[in-house]
Design a protein around this ligand. Structure first.
Ligand SMILES: Cc1cc2nc3c(=O)[nH]c(=O)nc-3n(C[C@H](O)[C@H](O)[C@H](O)COP(=O)(O)OP(=O)(O)OC[C@H]3O[C@@H](n4cnc5c(N)ncnc54)[C@H](O)[C@@H]3O)c2cc1C
Length: 475
């Protein structure tokens, strides 16, 4: 597979009223459709939505947006009420900005802090790397709290026509009776069971009720209790990230770059596989955090709170990070990555975003992949709703493989390398001597290679795969 799949083709969503042929590049299916008439009328007790989305983070709201935009009858349940706080580094890379622009809402980011470069520290060296020029992605990103971002994207889905119930939790899936599952819904194993809705609870009133739909999208984040109830699980042989972040008042709050530290250390001063970050918010604050890859037992024992304390104490003094500028205790979360969670498809069900483990293992970025997988799911659902049925839904998996398969395999090889401190020092330490090499590494890590860089990227993949083979994981 060519490496230019680093720029995934993301589907257009078949509209219920459209008779347009399939778009070949996206694989969005052919076929015409007529929106089914909902029994019981819109929103009524007997109403059957085209799609129910569980979770209103980036992946769920983008999926709902693209479906509603195409005219499908989509409902979304979110257990919290927007705006709500969400633990995150708040960094939007050019990939995220592209998705936000495609949803017609980049203007809404006007008040957010824009950055144009990445300052990288490692092994006593500092490099300032501008975000690359790219035909598909902008050369800048934003830092915006998830409190603000998630509310904006969810509101966009509502404006496009999605029905959203906030403060409403999906308690358990409604499964199709095995005896009534149509032939084309019997996908065999491994596949998720046919889910046709959820029992939801209004958290303000305590009232529970069923919400029924022809298709269900699981977008409930890293812990994914709804997904687990359907049978998803994380492949534990693959890496997983843990990250912690806190806010500080800082004179550097409006710097035009985001900062990463590639040589964070544990209690004993040993370099660990992960990185520290300082992301300026432009409002007097910076978001400060550490992320750690738990690739093997050695790193599972590392305490991220201690790691964070070390990082804060050790960060460049000009940021003025200290207990007196700290705005509250840090909070953390898991980063399921590399599409390590599955199954992701059933005859009526798709899993997106963190619930599918879609975070980029190279850099821990998950917002863009939430937006993208939500959109890719919407394309497959549009096709299924247009008459493609369960077969069309299966193409979601193919699209994910096309978009991320090889890239995430390279990432896993890379992680095996940086989990060995001596190899990590060799790779990163060497890279820090060459700005052009490091900016090329940045392009790979942020998944921003240009299509014309196919050659070097494939060479890098082969080199990484070779090093990974020569340095197998320790038993
Ligand atoms: C400390 C930390 C820092 C990070 N920094 C960055 C960063 O700087 N940039 C970046 O791109 N990524 C970052 N990430 C990753 C990023 O936060 C996730 O990848 C992203 O939030 C995934 O979006 P999602 O929509 O799949 O899941 P989520 O954002 O987790 O959204 C899931 C939603 O589902 C709701 N929900 C859950 N269960 C139910 C239910 N049963 N019923 C109804 N609603 C439900 C939740 O309330 C939530 O709103 C970071 C993660 C962590 C932990």
């Amino acid at each position: 597979m060519p490496f230019n799949r680093l720029t995934p083709t993301i589907g257009t969503v078949n509209s219920p009223l459209s008779h347009e042929p399939a778009d070949e590049t996206t694989g969005a299916g052919a076929g015409t459709s007529v929106r089914p008439t909902a029994a019981g009328g819109a929103g009524g007790a007997g109403h059957v939505y085209d799609v129910l989305v569980v979770g209103g983070g980036p992946s769920g709201s983008s999926c709902a947006y693209w479906l509603a935009e195409a005219g499908w009858d989509v409902a979304l349940v979110e257990k919290k009420v927007f705006p709500r706080v969400k633990t995150c580094g708040d960094g939007l890379t050019p990939r995220s900005v592209r998705q936000i622009a495609d949803m017609g809402m980049e203007g809404a980011l006007a008040g957010a802090h824009r950055f144009t470069s990445l300052r990288t520290h490692a092994f006593g060296k500092v490099l300032d790397l501008p975000w690359p020029e790219h035909p598909t992605f902008p050369s800048y990103g934003y830092v915006i709290t998830r409190h603000d971002l998630d509310a904006l994207v969810n509101e966009r889905a509502v404006k496009a026509g999605a029905t959203v119930w906030q403060g409403t939790e999906a308690l358990e899936p409604i499964l199709e009776e095995p005896s009534t599952v149509p032939q084309d819904h019997r996908l065999g194993s491994p596949a998720l069971p046919s889910c046709v809705g959820a029992v939801v609870k209004d958290k303000a009133t305590g009232e529970t009720r069923p919400v029924r739909a022809r298709y269900v999208v699981v977008a409930d984040g890293a812990n994914s209790r709804f997904g687990r109830a359907l049978g998803t699980e994380r492949n534990r042989s693959q890496p997983m990230g843990m990250a912690l972040r806190g806010y500080y008042n800082s004179p550097g709050h409006d710097q035009p770059f985001i900062e990463s530290h590639l040589d964070i250390r544990d209690d004993e001063g040993k370099v660990v596989p992960g990185y520290g970050w300082i992301f300026p918010l432009g409002d007097g604050r910076v978001n400060v955090g550490v992320g750690l890859l738990s690739t093997d037992q050695r790193w599972k024992g590392v305490n991220t709170s201690t790691l964070m304390d070390h990082f804060v104490g050790w960060a460049p003094k000009e940021w003025e990070l200290s207990p007196s500028t700290c705005l509250g205790p840090p909070t953390g979360g898991k980063l399921p990555m590399g599409l390590a969670v599955g199954p992701r498809v059933g005859a009526t069900t798709l899993v997106v975003g963190d619930a599918a483990g879609s975070i980029n293992p190279f850099n821990g970025e998950g917002i863009a992949y939430g937006f993208e997988t939500g959109r890719i799911a919407a394309a497959s659902l549009g096709e299924a709703l247009s008459g493609g049925g369960a077969e069309a839904l299966l193409r979601y998996e193919t699209r994910l493989e096309d978009a991320y398969g090889l890239y995430y395999r390279v990432a896993r090889a890379f992680i095996r390398i940086i989990s060995r401190p001596e190899l990590m020092k060799l790779c990163v330490g060497t890279g820090m001597y060459s700005e052009s090499l490091m900016s090329w590494i940045l392009r790979i890590m942020a998944n921003l290679l240009r299509p014309d860089e196919t050659g070097p990227a494939e060479a890098a993949y082969r080199a990484l795969a070779l090093i990974a083979r020569l340095a197998p994981e320790r038993v």
